[in-house]
Design a protein around this ligand. Sequence first.
Ligand code: CP3
Length: 336
Amino acid sequence: MQALRREESSYTPVWLMRQAGRFMPEYREVRSKTGFLELCHNPELCAEVTVMAVNLLKVDAAIIFSDILLPLQSLGCGLEFVKGDGPVIHNPVRSLADVEKLPKIDCQESLSYVLEAVKTARRELPENIPLIGFAGAPFTLASYLIEGGSSRNFEKTKRFMYTERRAWDMLMQHLSQIVTDHLNNQIDAGAQAVQIFDSWVGCLGQSDYIEYVLPHVARTISGIKKEAPVIHFGTGTAALLELMRQAGGDVIGVDWRIELASAWQKIGYDRAVQGNLDPVVLFSNRDEIKRRAQNILKQAGGRAGHVFNLGHGVLPETPYENVKYLVEIVHELGRK
Ligand code: CP3
């Protein structure tokens, strides 16, 4: 919490996106008996895997086990996770009429199971381990709704954005209200910080980000309760960092495609930063992991306000021992 607020801390804290996930045998054990969406809807199990990841990896923060796509399920879009194919949206949004048909949802009610998981996890976590709540950013959520699933080039999303301006703004407004509400509800339930995942926004050029995304993210973030620091994360965003900073966030998440030192310089030292080890480095060996962790800490320069993380989530096939080693070595090398 000190690092998120750019206060001096006695060491550089570390947590990992997807720290509760398929690389972990204990998670796979839980998943062998339960489907992914079923797991997300079970607050007890969500809390259990959230706390399990902290205890096993000795990271400095927990992130609630959930998924950014669950609010889309509340919108009636027919969300399914298909083995090997990832998420599928059976009723994608492709026209103004589709946007107009989206229901107004009460997040407190339709996502109550997430809030229950937050409350339970907060109760079960050690007191000194902060709990991070999260949501997808409007653009990344819109991309799933419009594409109908994951995408490489985001053709449908961009075409919609370029040709259906009014429908795009309506959709982004609708999603940003949901995101703000859902994050505020998680804060009320006990989340001490929140992260906004704009995972795919790096597919946009600067002028598109300014025109189609920035105002919506700015509104989303400005509506979040001030007591919880906001981490604003994206990937492939080296060219967008100044704009993301402008959109808001106390902490900007950075991926490995830019050196942390130049990222922080672009963002400005009046914001904290989170990142930015390439998740694939965890497929190498201890010497390499140590060298790369050291390099990132050196680039942070001992400045207050660096939270160590990967530049994106832990990959499913990552060797478990290497993940544990990363946390150990960041703690050792990051002592002030
Ligand atoms: O970080 C954490 O430990 C918290 C849990 C978390 C999950 N998803 C659990 C999950 C978080 C923060 C997310 C966010 C999320 N979900 C994002 C943004 C982060 C990112 O990775 O960019 C996105 C894009 C999603 C949507 C999503 N959920 C995808 C694309 C997939 C992969 C599908 C696949 O088959 O690989 C998921 C599934 C998912 N979400 C898993 C986990 C642990 C794996 C599902 C499983 O157990 O099989």
